[in-house]
Unconditional design. Structure first.
Length: 275
């Protein structure tokens, strides 16, 4: 609403201010709708990672094209049934205004003929999804939304450097599978213990480097030095993902210190330490 200016004792018509729009909440593009799925089976990959297979007719038409893409997984609150949230223009909320439990994962394997989707979930002491996976049984209901952007493999790259923490292993695995067999691929993966190491897909020119995060170290404390000591030859395409603060440091190193162009390096923050 416009308000008259203060003119005191005056015979003049009050001067009005131009209409000023109310501050608005940014409106984000609406994500794909959630598709109801059920747990079909859960298999341990290592003591620190589980493969969860979801199935259901609503997966029909799911588009999983590029590697290292993403889907949202919606799970019920502990002890409650699954409730579909509503998109508010900025986030998903439940009817009571609470935030639902939604986490983002790489769609590791998609079998459209069987309408089955595999998600690889890191298992740790804290975490809603990890706790849910620990008690989930066949037929338990969840929901999937997606997919989000993936990564386009450059067939003309001289080599690939793929780096990340345990949360990035599914995406790194997909990128190895998508890389042309003639192009060298080097991986640097930070894990929390030796038994968190797991087999990566085979590739004739793959070299692996596993670094272990020591107890009480912040995420990225082993990954960053490893990348600093890695030779990145001209024409190398770099992909890295993991804890957000660690990725910020890696991004700064690659762009500011190494001088890589934005087209040569993709760095994504997957999660935030302490949240």
């Amino acid at each position: 609403m416009s308000m008259p200016s203060l003119t005191g004792n005056s015979d003049e018509e009050p001067v009005t201010q131009p209409d000023t729009p109310e501050p608005s909440i940014p409106v984000r593009r609406k994500p794909p709708p959630f598709r109801t799925v059920g747990v079909d089976r859960i298999e341990l990959i290592s003591p620190h990672m589980a493969n969860v297979t979801f199935a259901g007719s609503e997966l029909e038409g799911l588009d999983v094209a590029d590697p290292a893409a993403s889907v949202r997984l919606l799970i019920p609150s502990p002890g409650a049934r699954l409730i579909m949230p509503q998109w508010t223009g900025n986030e998903f909320l439940l009817g009571d205004g609470q935030r639902p439990i939604i986490r983002t994962f790489t769609p590791r394997r998609w079998r459209p003929d069987a309408l089955e989707l595999d998600l690889e979930v890191v298992l740790h002491e804290r975490g809603a999804t990890s706790n849910w996976v620990g008690t989930a049984e066949r037929g338990d209901v969840a929901a999937i939304s997606g997919t989000g952007r993936g990564y386009s493999i450059d067939p003309h790259a001289n080599s690939f450097l793929l780096a990340g923490d345990q949360t990035a292993i599914p995406a790194i695995s997909q990128l190895i599978e998508a890389a042309p067999v003639a192009i060298p691929v080097h991986t640097v993966v930070e894990i929390v213990a030796q038994d968190a190491r797991q087999p990566l897909p085979s590739h004739p020119r793959l070299s692996e480097q596993w670094v272990i995060l020591q107890t009480n170290e912040t995420p990225g404390s082993a990954l960053l030095p490893a990348i600093l000591n890695t030779t990145i030859a001209p024409g190398t395409k770099v992909w890295a993902a993991g804890e957000a603060a660690a990725m910020h440091q890696i991004r700064r190193h690659l762009f500011d210190e190494r001088g890589l162009s934005r087209s040569d390096a993709t760095v994504r923050g997957y999660w935030k330490h302490g949240r």
